[in-house]
Design a protein around this ligand. Structure first.
Ligand SMILES: [Zn+2]
Ligand SMILES: [Zn+2]
Length: 290
């Protein structure tokens, strides 16, 4: 009897129970003599083919050989790695979805804060990796949510308490100056008791106008979308100065120019007799739409 005739028969049928329990139940088919298993040998990526790791040890990935052999083609292994990454990504998305359903407020805070808060970003990573947060992490997130809500409420309260000042004229003048300068130079208005300066175009409030008591004075608040949002520290007298300049910015600019002999808008000295008489330079007047 040749081996080919019984190669697929169970061993216990051939040898009875004495065959033992540790033997495989079937004898593997022997490959043809001409067959040689695929062997893909590559330079080791971990050590760059040197076989060394750092300055001392031998590379753990290739055991110091500098090459590694695989039974699967590099393309197939790359595809498997990509599959594994995609699977991990899907699992992380799923973990985040489940967490968000259970903790909508914290999740919303994490999502909106992650781009600029490393803490929020690390919480996002933690949920995506582990599926949940520790009690302490969750408590820290909840306190951040509460702080944010309190800040929002305080700002709303502050806006409600803001003095009612008609800011339309000063906002129009600043809009005209911003457009005419095309972003070059700071749009400003110096007046008696209040200095207005435009927020930078790339700031958080690109349309805002900041108000101080003087060029190096104290900050009083800002004008945003038709409202003067004053600091609590802004006194009624200071608010009145803001009010006066806002209601008639041209008259305030001229008054400043007549008094100081310098332009309210650009701060330059007024030298032309007409400008001195007008209290403002012609270029600035036109830039600010006056
Ligand atoms: Zn290596
Ligand atoms: Zn000027």
């Amino acid at each position: 009897m040749s081996t080919l005739e019984f190669e697929d028969d169970p061993l216990d049928e051939l040898f009875g129970d004495s065959a033992g329990t540790n033997l495989p139940s079937r004898v593997a088919k022997a490959p043809p003599a001409s067959y040689s298993p695929p062997n893909y040998t590559e330079s080791c990526r971990k050590c760059g083919g040197t076989g060394r790791y750092g300055n001392w040890g031998s590379c753990f990935a290739c055991h110091g050989k500098g090459t590694r052999s695989f039974k699967t083609a590099p393309q197939a292994r790359a595809a498997n790695r990509a599959d594994a990454v995609a699977r991990k990504e899907r699992d992380a998305d799923g973990a985040w979805y489940v967490f968000r359903c259970g903790n909508p407020e914290v999740a919303a805070w994490i999502e909106s804060s992650a781009p600029y808060s490393t803490f929020a970003a690390s919480m996002l990573e933690a949920v995506r990796k582990w599926g949940s947060l520790t009690e302490r992490q969750l408590a820290a997130c909840e306190s951040a949510v509460a702080k944010l809500a309190a800040g929002k409420a305080a700002r709303a309260e502050q806006a409600k308490a803001a003095p009612a000042i008609d800011t339309s004229k000063i906002e129009a003048a600043f809009a005209a100056a911003r457009a005419s300068r095309d972003g070059a130079g700071r749009v400003m208005l110096r007046t008696e008791g209040a200095v207005f300066s435009a927020a930078k175009a790339d700031s958080a409030n690109p349309g805002a106008i900041y108000v101080k008591t003087g060029m190096r004075g104290e900050y009083l608040g800002k004008i945003v979308e038709g409202r003067f949002i004053a600091l609590r520290s802004c006194t009624p007298e200071q608010a009145a100065a803001v009010q006066a300049a806002s209601v008639d910015p041209l008259a305030s600019a001229k008054a400043y120019g007549l008094k100081t002999r310098s332009c309210s808008c650009c701060g330059r000295e007024l030298t032309d007799p007409d400008s001195i008489a007008a209290g403002i330079g012609p270029t600035c007047a036109s830039n600010y739409g006056w």
